[in-house]
Design a protein around this ligand. Structure first.
Ligand code: ARG
Length: 424
């Protein structure tokens, strides 16, 4: 039986009740750990609330820079969007929290860790698989999965034990927020046909309409500047989010496949993440060699899936990180985003190491492309198809009907000189 447990504490109803519940029902000492991953809130109040709920220790860890630099940077490198849409907001924060839970468990001589997740979501998977990867010896307790309390019973439980929480009896939504965005679930959103009510959004309230340009600078795949101003990553993400979100852009409404087999309707607002990912992907188009870009694109969905599925700490994810890190060496330059009401679009990109070569691309007099090389290249490129066509394709069929068969050697090369107007 566990004796001392480190609980991932949010300051909300469930984890506050969990402090008391663990102490009462399991007789353990609870060390509450609140990890700041950019969700906002009064952390001093959260710290005191855990003590009021019965924790023997209450700790607040500021992990914002760590989350940005060690978790968001690899996600940007991987252009990470689960099912092509969701930038992994919650999935990225859970391994950050796990890392601190395990560190505090060691520091406080705890033999177990606990979380407040229910049995239906992905977050329990991420907490538990992550903990097993870092500390297989620790026991894992999941009180909210076993207590079988309704929300109302939780409120009553808190009242009975004088746990200071500000909640109404009916909570409308389940919200999870960090510096990479905000997830909103439950309530009216459980009907996939129902339009998301406007009042659920906080980061994408339209307040700006005047068109505006924002230039994001990257160095080796990491966003480092805004309009030429160098900024710490946490601040840069927040500023992009607030500027872009002000145009009412960055919302996601999707039906998502959870790891536990449930399809769920999810709404997110991630203005900063989506804008940065769009800019980063565009800069890669300018700076990555074709084969590298195509192979990378094939691996990206796998990375997102692994992280979504709670496998942040796993050998495949680690190996993919090493691959993506190599690809980012020359992803340096600037991307301009053009913002207007409800819209954010890439409108320009430049890089000192761009693989875009004006001389090769232009149809003007500055053209440096060796047009004569194209003839042989195209003929050999199509040689296999020409051979197939002559033996088995329509040309071959024509022979059976008496028409003359066309030999590959007789196929005329296409005109390779550009037309006076140019064009592809
Ligand atoms: N469905 C998203 C995910 O699995 C969001 C989870 C939000 N978590 C929460 N406890 N409300 O990553």
């Amino acid at each position: 039986m566990a004796k001392r447990v480190v609980l991932a504490y949010s300051g909300g109803l469930d984890t506050s009740v969990a402090v008391k519940w663990l102490a009462e029902e399991s007789g353990v000492e609870v060390v509450a750990v609140a990890v700041d991953v950019g969700q906002g809130g009064d952390f001093e109040a959260i710290r005191s609330r855990a003590l009021a709920a019965g924790a023997v220790e209450s700790i607040v860890v500021d992990a914002r820079a760590e989350m940005a630099e060690e978790f968001v940077v690899p996600a940007i490198a991987a252009n990470a969007l689960y099912e092509g849409k969701y930038p992994l907001v919650s999935a990225l924060s859970r391994p950050v929290i796990v890392r601190h839970l395990v560190a505090e468990a060691r520091r406080h001589g705890a033999d177990s860790v606990a979380h407040g997740c229910t049995g239906k979501g992905n977050d329990q998977v991420r907490f538990e698989v992550g903990t097993r990867a870092l500390a297989p010896d620790l026991e894992i307790l999941a009180p909210a999965r076993s207590w079988g309390l309704t929300r109302e019973q939780c409120v009553d439980y808190a009242a009975r034990y004088g746990i200071p929480i500000e909640v109404t009896r009916e909570k409308l939504y389940s919200i999870d927020e960090n510096l990479w965005g905000r997830a909103i679930e439950c309530g009216a959103l459980e009907d996939p046909w129902a339009s998301p009510p406007d009042d659920i959004f906080a980061l994408t309230r339209p307040v700006a309409t005047e068109p505006h340009d924002l230039v994001i600078g990257f160095e080796a795949g990491v966003p480092v500047s805004l309009d030429g101003r160098t900024l710490p990553l946490v601040d840069l993400i927040a500023e992009v989010g607030s500027v872009v979100g002000g145009y009412g852009w960055g919302r996601i409404d999707m039906v998502e496949n959870r790891r536990v087999g449930i399809k769920s309707r999810e709404t997110y607002e991630c203005p900063g993440a989506l804008a940065i990912l769009a800019a980063h992907g565009d800069l890669e188009d300018l700076t990555l060699e074709r084969d590298l870009a195509h192979e990378k694109a094939r691996l990206e969905p796998r990375w997102a899936e692994l992280v979504y599925d709670g496998l942040w700490f796993s050998p495949l994810k680690e190996a993919l990180d090493a691959f993506f890190a190599t690809t980012q060496r020359h992803v340096t330059g600037e991307v301009r985003l053009s913002l207007s009401a409800g819209s954010c679009k890439v409108s320009g990109r430049r890089s000192p190491v761009a693989l875009y070569d004006y001389g090769l691309a232009t149809y003007d007099a500055a053209d440096t492309f060796r047009h004569e090389d194209a003839e042989g290249f195209v003929r050999l490129w199509g040689l296999g198809v020409a051979t197939w066509a002559s033996k088995q394709g329509e040309g071959a069929a024509a022979e059976h009907t008496g028409s003359r068969q066309v030999q590959p050697s007789q196929v005329q090369p296409s005109q390779v000189q550009p037309s006076p107007q140019g064009g592809d």
